[in-house]
Design a protein around this ligand. Structure first.
Ligand code: NAD
Ligand code: ZN
Length: 360
């Protein structure tokens, strides 16, 4: 048996208002005055001067606003890298992603592609990255994905939706300032928060479970229950606890795997462009058979926060489209094996999967 030796985020700052220390954190990392820091910022903040005015810019540092309306694409990463190379005198000192999972993943991927040849799609998979990435910092503004701690950056490429999983992917620094999440709309708060909840359930119910994953997963699950089911927290406590839940949920899957909801939601996302958070919710809502307790609590949370999920999203798909979705999903073998065990192919047949999709 050979155990995996995973990297972790080496530095993290946590606290309300810690964003103001970003200048001090970055200063010693500046290679020289021609090597800028590039801030990739969710364009939802374009007019939020309370945030943008606190981004510490000097010399040739730049802010690039990026829309999170769609999930990151490999081509988008390549275009950003080209734009950064063309506009910088030297290779950047660092890439700082400010936003949700979309911006965090873009920042990770761009930092990798600045030091590795070819196109982002060439690195989708496991351990294909050869050179250390440019210094990169993750600053989440919405909690749940765990992208701030994970060893992957999930990208949709021409042929597949698959992460760049590598030892160079994790951030060198993370800033956890819950104040940045204060204006997240309720629906989005729920969808992205449920990503964390589903990470916990899939990790804790999975066959890959071990003491490492279990300890983080249980912690994150407790925090999710406090945030989404109880009424005792004030707004700030709730934002801080969800931020820590996201972190622990991410840590839990580092050493295990996600499961059925993620495997199926990747299919939805590839074919219909359904975003990760809401896609996971749409799928998970139909998975009583696999996660009875988890789905029961999910439905309670959904009700408590008046969330109405879209229905019938697969109703008008052609057989070809359904087949493509099934291919994408079944391709994610480790997820299925974690969820259903070594003989997962006997349980999750194409017909079974099709029936499940048609319920959504
Ligand atoms: P997101 O980044 O896609 O953002 C969702 C929406 O929330 C966007 O409209 C965005 O503009 C808005 N938003 C973000 N912060 C806000 C704020 N503070 N105030 C108001 N609006 C705000 O959301 P997400 O759910 O965090 O990320 C989803 C992405 O993360 C997907 O692309 C998914 O593949 C990826 N993901 C990555 C990992 C990983 O380990 N790398 C894990 C899970 C998901
Ligand atoms: Zn997820």
């Amino acid at each position: 048996m050979s155990y995996k030796n995973f990297p972790m985020v080496p530095r993290v700052i946590f606290g309300r208002g810690s964003f103001d220390q970003l200048g001090d954190i970055l200063a010693p990392k500046r290679l020289n005055i021609n090597a800028p820091f590039i801030f990739l910022v969710d364009d939802v903040f374009k007019t939020s001067t309370w945030l943008t005015s606190r981004i510490p810019l000097s010399y040739d540092d730049k802010i690039i606003f990026v829309s999170a309306a769609e999930e990151p694409k490999t081509g988008q990463v390549d275009a950003l890298v080209e734009q950064i190379i063309l506009k910088s005198k030297e290779r950047p000192s660092g890439i700082i992603g400010i936003g949700g999972g979309t911006l965090l993943d873009l920042a990770k991927a761009v930092s990798i592609m600045l030091t590795n040849e070819g196109e982002a799609k060439d690195y989708q998979g496991w351990d294909l990255v050869k050179n250390k990435a440019v210094y990169h910092v993750g600053i989440p503004t919405i909690s749940g994905t765990g992208a701030e701690v994970s060893r992957t950056t999930v990208l949709t490429g021409p042929e597949r939706k698959l992460g760049i999983n590598s030892d160079y992917t994790p951030f060198d620094q993370v800033v956890l300032d819950s104040e940045l999440t204060k204006n997240v709309p309720t629906d989005q708060w729920f969808y992205t928060g449920m990503d964390c909840y589903i990470h916990c359930i899939e990790s804790l119910q999975g066959t890959y479970l071990n003491a490492f994953s279990e300890s983080y997963g249980e912690m994150a699950l407790e925090l999710c229950k406090e945030v989404f089911l109880e009424d005792k927290l004030d707004k700030i406590e709730s934002q801080e606890k969800l931020m820590m839940a996201s972190w622990h949920g991410g840590m839990s899957i580092v050493y295990s795997q996600v499961g059925v909801a993620h495997a199926m939601s990747y299919g939805l996302s590839y074919l219909l462009g359904t975003k990760h958070g809401i896609g996971n919710c749409i799928v998970f809502d139909q998975l009583e058979e696999f996660y009875p307790e988890g789905v029961k609590l999910f439905k309670q949370m959904k009700e408590k926060h008046d969330i109405v999920l879209p229905t019938g999203i697969c109703a008008n798909l052609s057989d070809d489209e359904l087949n493509k979705m099934i291919d994408i999903s079944l391709d994610l073998e480790p997820l299925w094996e974690n969820a259903l065990g070594k003989n997962w192919q006997k349980i999750m047949t194409r017909d079974k999967l099709k029936d499940l999709y048609l319920k959504m």
